[in-house]
Ligand binder design. Sequence first.
Ligand SMILES: Cc1cc2nc3c(=O)[nH]c(=O)nc-3n(C[C@H](O)[C@H](O)[C@H](O)COP(=O)(O)OP(=O)(O)OC[C@H]3O[C@@H](n4cnc5c(N)ncnc54)[C@H](O)[C@@H]3O)c2cc1C
Length: 446
Amino acid sequence: MLFSRRQIIKALAATLGCSTIRVASAASGAAPAIPIDVLVVGCGVLGMCAVRELASAGYQVLGVERGTIGGGQTCHSHVYIHRGHIYETAPLIERLSDSDALWRPLIESGRIEIESRRSFFGFADAPAMQRRLEIWRKMKLPFSEATVPATLAHGVVKVGVWTPEATLNGGSLMRYLSRGLEARLTKVSGIDDIELVDGGSAGWRISSLSILTERGKVHVSPKMILFAGGAGNIHLARTVAEAQRDADPRLGSCQTLRMSHMLIISGSAASLPRVSGVFPDIGGLFIGVRDEGAQRVWLVSDDRSPRLRDEFDSGRLDARWWLPRVIDSLKKLSPQWFRSPNGLRWGTYEATKAEPSAKHWADRRDRIEDFGLQNAVFAWPTKLTLAPKVARELKERVSSRFPSSDRPIPPEFAAIRVQPRVAEELWRQTQLVSWSKFRKRYGLGA
Ligand SMILES: Cc1cc2nc3c(=O)[nH]c(=O)nc-3n(C[C@H](O)[C@H](O)[C@H](O)COP(=O)(O)OP(=O)(O)OC[C@H]3O[C@@H](n4cnc5c(N)ncnc54)[C@H](O)[C@@H]3O)c2cc1C
């Protein structure tokens, strides 16, 4: 795949928001810079898993984050650890097939907060459930029999099963992943002064760049750069897509941005049932549960997430178009709780999701993309569940190119380092209001 110098410069400038990209010839040599093994750009679940993997393999790895650790998609998510039950096609299920082996030690370790250890899959009729169970049997996905929880007994759900899929607390997960790595992480105000070297037939290489923080800047020369910016990778993804289309018009974009809405419902443990689950034929409802003392919270989404034009497009779609159907689904699920939901508090948030585009993606082994540079790749896990797997694949890529240097963190980095904050789950920061206010705000029926 051929990338022009112009394409690479445009994609890097847009991704990093940098103003200076210089092109040097291999002979002129890079500006004086501190050599490091690996720079990871973006500290969501993927960036943090990658920093951990590389640090434990002895690499001198630094992670930079422009917001908060996990504050992107990661802490907007339900943090549901999928095993494939949600899908109906083999390639998607297979992609998740070894996720349990990677997450189980962490889930069993007692080091992070587990919100729920199993998930209820509820169906309106037995044939619909049997169709799904047939797929699970064929794909050897575990499940066990369940009776419909009493709290859902008056709704449309007539049958269901348990799956051993856990839901984790996102803030707790990110605190765990960043523990012990503090010296390697910094909050950045930007990355600038990129120097590109033309390596001829070997392709372009980023020879050096500056990490900027509010305490100053350090000019580094990474052997490898991993872009783990989540939705922020879209400019790199589009560059790849353009080049792919030039090479083969059947290939579409490899990354798409989608808008997800989350409905947050909070009440006392007595006023809101404890159900974490998936309801494929009841509006595609997906519910994650959080218990905090006497308070219980539902994080509710469904199967709709329209495409966005770019990462700044999200303001176009507030939850007004989305809520009527999801509220209707909730009333069907549990009329007893949602016909007169006055005792509960309500809120919503919108979140941009980086997803693979539908076309031609399932046959690709991973979501690690080369974009025409010798020493950089961008990656995204498509699901939080896949982050440890993609991080391991990233480490294998790095170690196939060079061994770890086992060098300490450069003092120049320590001197400008600013401790990034670890994000909490977004529902905690979302303003919740009474049903009557919520209903009026979003123009919902009584
Ligand atoms: C509403 C919602 C619900 C979801 N539910 C689930 C679920 O239950 N289970 C599941 O498996 N998946 C779920 N997902 C998907 C999952 O959240 C994502 O796949 C995963 O969190 C992506 O992790 P990431 O580290 O790639 O990206 P992010 O978490 O978005 O992290 C990227 C980080 O990079 C930083 N960054 C970007 N550009 C730069 C730059 N130039 N310089 C420095 N830093 C930069 C950002 O600030 C951000 O912190 C959900 C997603 C959404 C939106």
